[in-house]
Design a protein around this ligand. Structure first.
Ligand SMILES: [Fe+2]
Ligand SMILES: [Fe+2]
Length: 178
């Protein structure tokens, strides 16, 4: 089923949450942000959680669901999930921006970094639970076995492109910086 890889990806996304909690604990103790950890976490959220994972949800599963006559309950959850993806992108962008301001010596930005980490800690477990427990399994009933197989196949293709896209972006960034 096409939701298999998505649920496996949830298990990795969940594991970033205790890491962020530990960083919050450390910030609280030292009053300092670890900029490298924030940058790595932002890259994880952007490349893995958003581009690779939300990408497959929106560009494959939700795209196919939009062709179906959905029960209002499923339509409502899908709208919420899409909104939460938008919100997650905004929070991650704001986390990176406030980390940069903090590094430039803006001490007020420390509180914004803390707030954005708290936003992500709150959002992801709830978002994942909504998908795992209330959405993915029931919506599989809208699809035939063949449609499910086609989506799974498309998911592998989607993933296969990701590593190339990621490093093309890195080279382009480096070219721009040179
Ligand atoms: Fe999602
Ligand atoms: Fe998800």
């Amino acid at each position: 089923m096409p939701i298999g890889p998505l649920m496996i990806e949830h298990r990795l996304i969940e594991r970033i949450v205790p890491v962020l909690k530990e960083e919050l604990r450390r910030i609280n103790e030292t009053n300092e942000v670890n900029p490298v950890l924030i940058e790595i976490a932002v890259d994880f959220f952007r490349t893995y959680a958003d581009r690779t994972h939300h990408g497959k949800e929106e560009d494959i599963l939700f795209r196919e669901l939009k062709k179906k006559q959905l029960a209002s309950e499923h339509q409502k959850i899908m709208d919420e999930l899409i909104e939460e993806h938008v919100y997650a992108r905004r929070v991650v962008g704001n986390l990176l921006m406030s980390k940069d301001l903090y590094m430039q010596g803006n001490t007020n930005a420390l509180k914004v970094v803390v707030d954005r980490l708290n936003d992500l800690i709150k959002l992801y477990p709830a978002h994942i639970e909504k998908e795992d427990k209330r959405f993915f399994i029931p919506v599989m009933d809208y699809f035939s076995k063949q449609e499910q197989d086609d989506m799974l196949q498309e998911s592998w293709e989607f993933d296969r492109k990701m590593i190339h896209e990621k490093y093309e972006n890195i080279v382009e960034t480096l070219e721009g910086a040179g």
